[in-house]
Design a protein around this ligand. Structure first.
Ligand code: ADP
Ligand code: MG
Length: 254
């Protein structure tokens, strides 16, 4: 089953008089349970695509299905509800609330869930802080934690809602190599053990090589799809069809 299905999605931003096309006609479906990297240079549309999948923003044209549910027609309230139940977010700059402890940060998205009692929330917070190895740091504020630890709190926060998808926008970009590797290893373990689909963006080849699926982007288009051959430590890459900009597009862009 596909956890995300994208059909002919375009995204334009209006910047004063100027229209910027961030995504051109993306069609793609993502299988449940994958550990997928979106790679591409800065400005290629990675964040835009993650924001659309995360229902933080809407496509200008086209449809997106999350767990086979069409999200295009949903109201802002329905989308907030869908996010609160199905989608966890991890950001480059961690985005923890500085006045809250690690435990309170992890609990925060659960406060939108009236079906959970305070005792349920506490149990989940403890469980997921343990999973990311921070059980002993529950009472620490973000400024009492290292970058790697902060990103672990952010991962626990993303997982606490028991999402089907975790979206991570350049999750290792603000970490040193060793911590970046650890965060990737942790995300992959969770992917394997809990079956959570992970979709993360990066432009770092080392980070890409931890993934089992790959999508390459350039200028708002998907240019290639890849499947990792772990035994051979290499990628099988297939170029996306019709992805090269046509001469007409180029001349308009110039
Ligand atoms: P990436 O994450 O790969 O660096 P983005 O999705 O952030 O790429 O950006 C894709 C394109 O859309 C870029 O040209 C960027 O300048 C533009 N863009 C992104 N967000 C906005 C916005 N809110 N308003 C206007 N242009 C934007
Ligand atoms: Mg980005």
């Amino acid at each position: 089953m596909s956890v995300v299905r994208i059909e002919h999605v375009h995204k334009q931003y209006q910047l004063g008089e100027q229209t910027i096309t961030a995504l051109h006609d993306i069609t793609w479906s993502i299988d449940a349970g994958v550990f997928l990297a979106i790679s591409g240079p800065s400005g290629s549309g990675k964040t835009t695509l993650l924001n659309l999948i995360g229902c933080i923003d809407k496509p200008s044209q086209g449809k997106i299905f999350i767990n086979e549910e069409d999200v295009s027609e949903k109201s802002p309230n329905q989308l907030a509800d869908l996010r609160a139940r199905s989608i966890g977010f991890v950001f480059q700059t961690f985005n923890l609330l500085p006045v809250l402890s690690a435990a309170e940060n992890v609990e925060f998205p659960l406060l939108r869930r009236p079906d959970l009692t305070a005792a349920d929330r506490k149990k989940r917070v403890g469980y997921f802080l343990d999973i990311v190895g921070l059980g002993k740091f529950a009472d620490h504020r973000p400024n009492q934690l290292s970058g790697g630890q902060r990103q672990r709190v952010a991962i626990a926060r993303a997982l606490a809602i028991k999402p089907s998808i975790v979206l991570a926008d350049e999750p290792t970009a603000n970490l040193d190599k060793a911590n970046g590797r650890e965060i990737l290893r942790l995300m992959k373990q969770i992917n394997r053990h809990l079956g959570t689909t992970f979709i993360f963006s990066t432009h770092d080849q080392k980070v890409i090589d931890h993934a089992d699926r790959l999508v390459q982007m350039e200028d708002g288009r998907i240019t290639a799809f890849g499947i990792r051959n772990e035994a051979a430590q290499s990628w099988n890459i297939a170029k996306a069809r019709n992805s090269a900009p046509s001469i007409t597009d180029e001349s308009i862009a110039n």
